[in-house]
Design a protein around this ligand. Structure first.
Ligand code: AMP
Length: 283
């Protein structure tokens, strides 16, 4: 696996692959890699000729400086995992390489970037769009692979792709979970064993909520999930919303959308965890 540090090196690598007519699958990450990330690499390896991964903790998407500071960084282990998974190259830029000057661009993609995570983490998705658009510009991938764990992020990236008229195909990949049901996340490294067990209640309650769709309206189900989780110390629901999976608009009634998703953010002490579940076609 090639380890690339500069934009120039990536462009040369991509050019050489293109000259051999290879298709390029791209997986952008912030490192501290786990099986969730590796599932995206596997998809890229299976669907494209070569897979290129970036590992970059993007400062512009952190609205909380403490979160940026404490974000786990495990570069050596990351490279070993990527090599084993069959990635052909990894791009490890510095902040200076990605942002030689302040990025002042904003992307007008509408409500998908303003609700839920957009409301609770102001500027987060603008930062995500800054870095992903720069990476797309450098790599020019045929396909880019994103995890449904960050459900809203996929909607935002698709909206950005439409806005900028980019040719890359955005591929959404299913959430990888621990046996307990807890969605794998780099932030799980910050949980104690006990907290990790408690955090598995998030998925348990979401799964249970699927069974109540017939009995409760969306707003009632939101209340039920929130109350069930808030009963469990030290979980604290930041938000739970049941939305149209395409527009991300909150629903009053199940009949308002064909594809419906419940999106949640829960604090387990200091650690912010996100998850989501589908309510489509379960009746
Ligand atoms: P991150 O490093 O957290 O920015 O994540 C990089 C990519 O991996 C994003 O597209 C995430 O949605 C995806 N990802 C993270 N955790 C998981 C998971 N448990 N299952 C599937 N994809 C994931």
């Amino acid at each position: 696996m090639k380890v690339l540090h500069s934009i120039q090196e990536v462009k040369e690598f991509v050019r050489s692959q293109r000259s051999e007519n290879k298709t390029i699958g791209f997986v952008p990450t912030m490192g501290a890699l786990h099986e969730g990330h590796i599932s995206l690499v596997n998809q890229a390896v299976n669907h494209c000729d070569i897979c290129l991964v970036s590992v970059f903790v993007n400062p512009t998407q952190f609205n909380d400086p403490k979160d940026l500071e404490t974000y786990p960084r495990t570069l050596d282990a990351d490279c070993k995992l990527l090599d084993k998974a069959g990635a052909k190259a990894v791009f490890l830029p510095t902040v200076e390489e990605m942002y030689p000057e302040e990025d002042k661009r904003t992307f007008e993609v509408g409500a998908v970037a303003e609700v839920m995570e957009g409301a609770y983490r102001p500027g987060h998705f603008q930062g995500v769009m800054q870095v992903v658009s720069k990476l797309f510009d450098i790599v020019e991938p045929d396909k880019a692979f994103f995890g449904e764990k960050d459900f809203q992020q996929i909607a935002v990236i698709k909206a950005m792709q439409k806005l900028l008229k980019l040719e890359v195909e955005i591929v959404a990949c299913p959430i990888v979970r621990e046996a307990s049901g807890l969605a794998l996340s780099s932030r799980n490294q910050r949980l104690t064993e006990e907290e990790r067990t408690i955090a598995s209640n998030i998925y348990r309650v979401l799964k249970e909520s699927q069974k109540l769709v017939g009995a409760k309206k969306p707003k009632e189900l939101v209340q039920w999930v929130t109350e069930e989780l808030n009963k469990i110390e030290p979980l604290k629901v930041e938000y739970f919303e049941i939305v149209n999976a395409e527009s991300l608009a909150s629903l009053e009634d199940w009949s308002e959308a064909k594809h419906i998703q419940g999106c949640i953010t829960v604090y387990c002490n200091e650690v912010r965890l996100i998850d989501n579940i589908s309510y489509s076609n379960i009746n």
